[in-house]
Design a protein around this ligand. Structure first.
Ligand code: MG
Length: 454
């Protein structure tokens, strides 16, 4: 496919739920440059951090992004390679006006994206992205004597590691010296995680720890099948735990000492168990997160605030108040003392500290048990609207407890169900969760009948 010159119509809908994403023929240097000019303008031509992951298209896009920013007068602080949590941590640290991370997170290697974060550390949502798109056809480049500068900033990892170490009890780790297997996915975790965990006192065994944008070791999504080598290695090495990140290091999953996979929403619940034991305050999560999170918050006398699905909405809510913790259902945990973004590095370090008290499998027993089932219904735009409205009317007519901030989630006495239109695909997704798998199935079936889709 040929790279086509940008038409005005191409500006619209560039921003998805978390930045501008595409394969190389879709997100090419020309588009990256134009959108970066608009981003730089949106951030008042200020001080903008740029970071990239190890993807093969990262360098050419980085050059375009930096040029775009400088052409409108921004001062670029280039971190080079950095994990997303490291780059996001640096926004507050460097007092930046914004950040562009060139990363497609957990997507396959042919994809890339510009993830945009503002000066408060809040990721730019689709709605705010639309404001940036509107600026794209009236970019005013700086005059020749006002063009921006670029400065390389090479100490981001040191700063991030130092900040995490302040939050962790290294003494207990140095005493116990837990053995952990790290699967860095050939991604950005490789730059910081082995070093961080060694410095706090763990014995570290690494796999996929060389940065390679082709992801030769495993796909960058840390699903149970993709991390099977790490799970086996935990058993073989008699390790105390395993840890695997996604490609840019903001999301993390664990393995207990028996090599059992601990899925992302449980990682978040474990962090709540640990953190709420020490701090009280509200917890923020999305409407698709397991009720286990709300149960743990309630047990600690803390309130749960639900948001739309997507990292920007979580950070927007986190910025509003003094919440203790935020989290996504896929293993992203926000530690507000560090940043308003998901940080897979402190999440991992905290786990390593906590397994010095008791094995991870015993911690996992404290997670309230829930089972969930998911399905999707093919739907075009009008059918999406119809199905979500049907669900909403049903909830209203029957006086049910519901949330309609993103799709419609109905809370039942013994579980919940959500019907939600996909933002990027022609589907309506239906999830149900209950205390048993059988009950979750029943709820799902009951609501599919209701939607006339059984
Ligand atoms: Mg990620």
């Amino acid at each position: 496919l040929a790279h086509a010159r940008i038409q005005k119509s191409d500006y619209m809908g560039l921003f998805g739920t978390n930045g501008v994403r595409g394969r190389f023929f879709e997100l090419d240097p020309e588009k990256a440059l134009r959108v970066s000019q608009a981003i730089g303008t949106y951030f008042n031509r200020g001080k903008i951090i740029v970071a990239r992951d190890g993807r093969l298209t990262g360098e050419v896009l980085r050059n375009a992004v930096c040029s775009g920013l400088m052409s409108v007068g921004c001062k670029v602080l280039d971190l080079g390679f950095a994990s997303s949590p490291t780059a996001e941590f640096m926004v507050r640290k460097l007092g930046a006006d914004g950040l562009i991370i060139i990363t497609a997170s957990h997507n396959p290697p042919e994809w890339n994206a510009l993830k945009v974060v503002d000066g408060k550390g809040i990721a730019v949502s689709k709605e705010r992205g639309a404001e940036i798109e509107k600026m794209m056809d009236r970019i005013e480049p700086a005059s020749w004597d006002k063009v921006g500068t670029l400065e390389k900033t090479g100490t981001a990892e040191d700063d991030h590691v130092l900040a995490i170490k302040k939050e962790i009890d290294s003494e207990i780790i140095q005493k116990k010296k837990p053995k952990v297997v790290l699967d860095c996915a050939n991604g950005m975790a490789a730059l910081i995680a082995p070093r961080l965990l060694e410095e706090i006192g763990a014995q570290v065994i690494t796999i996929n720890s060389l940065v390679d944008g082709r992801f030769p070791g495993r796909p960058s999504e840390p699903s149970e099948t993709n991390v099977s080598k790490m799970l086996a290695m935990v058993k073989k090495e008699n390790a105390d735990a395993g840890i695997a990140w996604d490609g840019d290091g903001d999301r993390v999953i664990f393995a207990d000492e028996n090599g059992n996979y601990i899925i992302g929403d449980k990682v978040f619940v474990l962090c709540l168990i640990w953190e709420l034991a020490e701090k009280k305050g509200s917890v923020v999560t999305t409407v698709a997160t397991s009720k286990a999170a709300e149960d743990i918050a309630a047990k600690n006398g803390c309130k749960t605030i639900y948001t739309k699905i997507g990292a920007p909405y979580l950070s927007e809510e986190m910025a509003k108040g003094t919440h203790v913790m935020g989290g996504e259902e896929v293993g992203g945990v926000i530690w507000p003392d560090l940043s308003l973004a998901k940080d897979g590095m402190i999440t991992a370090a905290k786990m390593v500290e906590k397994i010095c008290e008791k094995p991870l499998s015993e911690w996992a027993e404290e997670i309230p048990e829930y089972h969930n089932v998911k399905t999707k219904i093919e739907a075009d735009q009008s059918k999406k609207t119809e199905l979500v409205e049907k669900m909403l009317n049903y909830a209203k007519e029957n006086n049910l407890d519901y949330l309609d901030i993103d799709g419609v989630r109905i809370n039942l006495p013994d579980g919940w169900v959500i019907v939600r239109a996909s933002g990027t695909e022609d589907y309506v997704r239906v999830f149900a969760e209950a205390k048993t798998g059988k009950r979750a199935d029943e709820i799902l079936k009951q609501y599919l009948v209701l939607l006339d889709e059984s």
